[in-house]
Ligand binder design. Structure first.
Ligand code: CA
Ligand code: CA
Ligand code: CA
Length: 154
């Protein structure tokens, strides 16, 4: 006898789309060194806080973009000037490619399937926007704290 089909409530599916995927994306957006860790992705708030270059406890949109610009080299592992699937090591592909492809699709202005430095630096800040609850383009301490309390991706 087959086990009964588990019904997943629609709201949970939507929650997954809205929250879980961006959380995966955060790994690629702000924490490239974690993205390819063998023991799986995880949000590390301390990595987001690294974008706080003036150390005032808040992260502005500009700081986030500056941080992206600085991180580009780390994500472009094969050093060809673009972020694409060729930059993901084989062992990490299954875990990281869906999030990477999602990030590319969201930011690929000229639709060539890869992200230039310009596209990456000036593109959408999906996770930043998700955590910026009051939409003032600044992640303050309360918002960062809430981000930290979000469910971890195992
Ligand atoms: Ca590359
Ligand atoms: Ca492109
Ligand atoms: Ca805010």
């Amino acid at each position: 006898m087959k086990p009964p089909i588990r019904l997943v409530p629609i709201f949970f599916k939507e929650l997954k789309m809205k929250i879980i995927k961006p959380i995966f994306a955060i790994i690629l957006l702000v924490a490239p060194t974690i993205a390819f860790a063998q023991n799986g992705p995880k949000i590390d708030i301390n990595r987001i806080k690294k974008a706080d270059t003036n150390h005032d406890g808040k992260i502005t949109e500009q700081e986030m973009r500056t941080y992206r610009n600085a991180n580009f080299k780390q994500l472009d592992r094969n050093n060809d000037g673009f972020i694409d699937s060729n930059d993901v090591p084989q062992f990490a592909a299954a875990r990281n490619l869906p999030a990477l492809n999602q990030m590319i699709t969201a930011n690929d202005i000229n639709h060539d399937g890869k992200l230039s430095r310009d596209e990456y630096t000036k593109g959408r800040l999906v996770v930043f926007d998700l955590f910026d609850a009051n939409k003032d383009k600044v992640l303050d301490q309360a918002e960062l704290k809430r981000a930290q309390e979000m469910p971890q991706v195992k």
